[in-house]
Design a protein around this ligand. Structure first.
Ligand code: PMP
Length: 407
């Protein structure tokens, strides 16, 4: 059964507006997705009815807020097929999840001469924390190269991975190109040498079924705002055996069992990693976003997005001067491109004048842009609420813009 896209669109208030005198076409979903009304209402309902600090109150509101907050953790455990809820840790986002692992796991286990492997496709948030750690520890950062299509060079990875490798931290799906990486194989090869694997799931969790037990990854991080949820909230999944051995990230309330001036004992998982009052309202609202995804079904969402991707790729590639960047076979619904003779920023401005929202620039992947010898791209990324008629508008606009320099 295919999805009723008009019914889905009706759930997203933001989509029903004009931008620069044209109906909004929102194709910047890889940056952040829009929010269904159930998420927006849940946030407001929480502050209207339930606002209270969680886990420690002995009153009804605190109990209610705690139950709702923990319900989202339960939904996430099911969403990822984690073994237990204690393996789900709330963070501020993908960036904080990676920094948490770098600061705790990294500080404890990475030593001088050890190697960490990332790839050319990484977002800055999966580069800089490892550079900082390597600098502090005298460890070495190794980079898996890619080919022209944007696929990882797996032979190069096999040559890089060795007993010196302590961690492989890899983007599951590229935000800049849409490439889906062969993470199963990467995880297996990494485990063979005893390395742990972190997956940056910022772009994969909204499009693909991600089963952490089937993948056998040690960590998975992602952000709620790319999954129809609120900004400034994310998830770190970690295997219990790994999390148990890691020191805490921040010290403070919630993360302790007992504090004296001579010795402090830490709380059990997941609270050991959730110091301070968390983002309660947003966690509760995120639960509604997960319910929204569950109701539609990931397979159905992906089928619709794949259809949009194929339709857009076919039409755009007919345009004279259209240069696709990253043409991997396994992709999510992201099209990165340039127009011959034009700066991506100018293309983006012209599309915006037509009510079409895309992202332009380096997409926080400067080393990847350097690999292709370009400054940036125009990126159109599709979500479940997008339609073929919106793609027709994009194609018509890109076609007109390309003609300016490609007669
Ligand atoms: N990794 C990837 C692949 C991303 O797409 C993003 C967001 N653009 C991030 C990391 C960082 O996410 P956040 O800014 O929500 O921490």
């Amino acid at each position: 059964m295919s999805l009723n896209i008009q019914e889905i669109r009706a759930l997203f208030p933001v989509l029903h507006q004009e931008v620069n005198g044209k109906p909004l076409v929102y194709f910047d979903n890889a940056a952040t997705t829009q929010k269904p009304i159930s998420v927006i209402d849940a946030l407001s309902a929480y502050y209207k009815n339930d606002n209270s600090n969680i886990h420690r109150g002995a009153h009804t509101l605190a109990d209610r807020a705690t139950r709702y907050y923990e319900n989202t953790r339960k939904l996430l455990q099911q969403f990822l097929n984690a073994r237990e809820e204690a393996e789900i840790i709330f963070t501020k986002g993908t960036t904080e999840g990676i920094n948490l692992v770098a600061s705790t796991f990294g500080r404890k286990y990475i030593n001088e001469g050890d190697e960490i492997i990332i790839s050319t496709l990484e977002h800055h948030s999966n580069i800089v924390p490892w550079q900082m750690l390597c600098e502090e520890k005298g460890a070495v950062l190794k980079i898996i190269p890619i080919n022209e299509a944007g696929d990882l060079d797996m032979q190069a990875f096999k040559d890089l991975v060795s007993p010196k490798t302590k961690l492989v931290s890899i983007i599951h799906v590229s935000n800049a190109l849409g490439t889906i990486n062969p993470v199963e194989e990467i995880i297996e090869l990494s485990h063979q040498v005893g390395a742990k694997v972190l997956l940056d799931g910022a772009q994969s969790t909204s499009h693909l079924e991600v089963d952490v037990q089937a993948l056998d990854c040690d960590f998975l991080v992602f952000s709620a705002h790319k999954l129809y949820g609120p900004t400034g909230l994310g998830v770190l999944y970690g295997k219990r055996v790994v999390l148990e051995e890691m020191p805490p990230y921040q010290g403070g309330g919630e993360m302790i069992k007992e504090v004296t001036f001579t010795k402090t004992t830490y709380n059990e998982l997941p609270f050991k990693f959730e110091a301070g009052t968390p983002n309660i309202g947003d966690v509760i609202a995120f639960g509604k976003a997960l319910e929204f995804i569950n109701q539609l079904g990931k397979k159905q969402i992906k089928a619709h997005e794949d259809e949009l991707l194929a339709y857009a790729s076919d039409s755009l590639s007919q345009i004279k001067g259209f240069i696709p960047v990253g043409t991997a076979r396994e992709k999510i619904s992201v099209i990165s491109f340039n127009i011959n003779g034009m700066h991506p920023f100018d293309v983006g401005m012209m599309l915006d004048a037509n009510g079409i929202a895309v992202r332009t620039g380096h997409h926080c992947t400067q080393p990847l842009m350097q690999r292709f010898g370009i400054e940036g791209t125009v990126r159109a990324s599709f979500s479940v609420y997008n339609t073929k008629s919106e793609i027709d508008k994009l194609v018509a606009s890109v076609s007109k813009i390309a003609k300016l320099k490609n007669k």
